[in-house]
Design a protein around this ligand. Structure first.
Ligand code: SF4
Length: 469
């Protein structure tokens, strides 16, 4: 998916920029980038972080980077920040989101005399350059950003460093967060508020959907008002987000605890312990254990000193191997036990299937699973959290195919949690995973756990609804 951090400071900003960007490392796997602006112009560094931590890659660059304004990014796919020279001046840009209509936008741009694209990533045109191209169509940055927000099918939040300040623009429907913070000597904009406390920034406010501000070390000026429709990604609280981050002033860890609580409230399964699949299932499991008063245990621990990143590497086979190496079972806590596991979600279920087999091999008597969100039925259209995964690989879709064959299916029958079709699908997933029982969170309880009205949340990947209540 990716994340960004920007800072405008009365002193050198590089330390804030470096650590602020580093706090987004869990959001991307491929590229890290920093750009700073000083009297000599814009200086930029981009590194491949596929097999290394952001900090270790950038540490040696810090001595060469100086300036009062800077933007940084962790990116899943493309090189960023880009430095663009246009009639708007020279600026640096980072983006997070997903553009579904790239071909249409490229064709349209190339139809304009003199237009060209130069940045390539993996044989494709860099999406951030497409965004820059759209912005350059405006007479001002604000006009250009608004043009881009309208033209893009998908989502795109961005930071643009220009003229000693930073334009921060949240995507049209606010699928991704963009939060402002302030300190006596600086202002910052971030995806993850986790970046703020240790850098001594106070959260000021979340930008609204489509809102644009211009930020300098002296403060923040609103350039375009927010729109009326918010569709923030619910999956931020379930999985993507860092536990200490708040979105719309709602803390992620607290929501995960509530998810676990609602799972337990609707469950009378007798078990000996509750555990989370580390790390993302942990907070859900804590909530379940506290509500059910069943002891919380850690029958698996994660070996993190040399496996610090959750998504790396890109190759699925190696990723499975890494996942296996990271999780170390403690057989004394597993043998003969009836175990209740909480998990953030079941995507394809392949890694989970391996994990379940390993728990049985370590002597578990029963394994029950309670995912914190409903079955994922649709691939995300709005965020780039998985470029290659086919929708039909989702555990729910595989189960539906098993039940219905390759025919066209009305998926709403399977997303209705009270339908026989839904029950048959869950039974099919349970069987394939080899679980003793499987009960998913209901969507209304997930919405309740977040605490925003459903119409303000994106729930597309579960119910296929785009802006419905
Ligand atoms: S479809 Fe799912 S993952 Fe994508 S923005 Fe909506 S809630 Fe988030």
């Amino acid at each position: 998916m990716g994340g960004y951090f920007g800072v405008a400071s009365k002193k050198d900003c590089i330390s804030d920029l470096f650590y602020g960007t580093d706090y987004h490392s869990h959001l991307g796997t491929r590229r890290g980038g920093l750009a700073v602006s000083n009297d000599n112009g814009i200086r930029r560094v981009i590194h491949d972080i596929t097999n290394a931590q952001f900090r270790s890659k950038f540490e040696d660059d810090l001595a060469q980077l100086h300036g009062h304004v800077g933007i940084g990014v962790i990116s899943d796919f493309e090189d960023q920040p880009l430095i663009i020279c246009s009639h708007l001046g020279t600026y640096a840009i980072v983006t997070v989101g997903k553009i579904n209509n790239t071909e249409e936008l490229i064709e349209k741009a190339l139809g304009v005399k003199g237009a060209h694209f130069s940045e390539m990533s993996g044989g494709e045109i860099n999406p951030t350059e497409i965004v820059a191209n759209l912005i350059n169509a405006g007479q001002t940055f604000v006009e250009g950003i608004q043009y881009a927000q309208e033209a893009i099918d998908g989502s795109c939040s961005m930071l643009i460093m220009a003229d000693e300040g930073i334009y921060a623009a949240r995507d049209k429907y606010g699928r991704t967060p963009l939060v402002l913070g302030s300190r006596e000597d600086a202002c910052a904009a971030t995806f993850e508020t986790t970046a703020f406390p240790n850098l001594e920034f106070e959260t000021t406010r979340d930008l609204g959907p489509g809102e644009i501000v211009y930020m300098t070390s002296d403060g923040v000026e609103q350039k375009a008002k927010p729109g009326d429709t918010l569709q923030i990604c619910t999956f931020l609280w379930v999985y993507f987000g860092y536990p200490s981050s708040d979105y719309e002033n709602i803390n992620t860890e607290v929501v995960r605890n509530r998810c676990g609580r609602y799972l337990a409230e609707n469950d009378d399964q007798e078990v000996d312990m509750v555990a989370g699949i580390p790390d993302s299932g942990t907070a859900h499991a804590v909530g379940y254990a506290n509500q059910s008063q069943i002891p919380y245990q850690r029958p698996f621990v994660k070996y993190t000193p040399t496996w610090p990143r959750s998504f790396m590497p890109q190759n699925q086979k190696i990723r499975n191997l890494v996942a296996q190496m990271k999780l170390v079972p403690i057989s004394e806590l597993i043998e003969g036990q009836r175990m209740m596991f909480c998990e953030d979600s079941i995507v394809r279920g392949t890694q989970l299937q391996d994990t379940i087999q390993r728990v049985y091999a370590a002597g578990a008597k029963e394994i029950h699973m309670r995912p914190a969100c409903p079955p994922l039925t649709y691939n995300c259209k709005f965020l780039n959290f998985s470029r290659s995964r086919s929708e039909l690989d989702l555990a729910a879709r595989r189960a539906i195919r098993e039940l219905e064959g390759d025919t066209d299916v009305d998926l709403t029958r399977y997303t209705n949690e009270d339908s026989d079709e839904y029950k048959a699908m869950v039974a099919c997933i349970r069987k394939r995973l080899g679980l003793t029982s499987l009960i998913y969170q209901r969507l209304d309880n997930l919405v309740k756990a977040v605490g925003l009205p459903k119409e303000k949340l994106c729930t597309y990947c579960w119910d296929g609804c785009e802006g419905c209540t």
